[in-house]
Design a protein around this ligand. Structure first.
Ligand SMILES: [Zn+2]
Length: 116
């Protein structure tokens, strides 16, 4: 994806989220390196997109209590796991479950052409 792609998607109303710098298993690297991955990916994506980055997705869905704290400390408003489930008012916003969306490329193509 290029900077130009980011601009087009931003104009279409897409929100960007961070996913680390090198896509490591964050639970298997040092806390210092994990913090850098979480912080630096946000900073770089904000620099490239010129938009605030408020969400993070844990690579491979790997997370633990220390990583949740880091994501909060870096300033993300929300973080996503790959745990299948519904969100509720009781959900931890820094360890949200997800729903799998099938046929995503088709939906994205429609969205790029205009409102659904
Ligand atoms: Zn990934």
């Amino acid at each position: 994806m290029t900077r130009e792609h980011l601009g087009v998607l931003d104009q279409k109303g897409f929100e960007f989220g961070s996913h680390s710098v090198t896509h490591p298993h964050l639970t298997l690297i040092s806390e210092k390196n994990a913090f850098q991955e979480i912080r630096d990916s946000r900073m770089e994506l904000q620099r490239l997109s010129k938009t605030p980055i408020s969400s993070f997705a844990y690579p491979y869905g790997d997370y633990n209590a220390a990583l949740v704290r880091m994501v909060q400390d870096v300033g993300y408003d929300a973080a996503l796991t790959i745990r299948e489930g519904n969100c509720s008012q009781d959900s931890d916003v820094h360890a949200l479950p997800r729903k799998q969306v099938l046929k995503t490329p088709f939906i994205i193509c429609l969205s790029l052409r205009g409102p659904l």
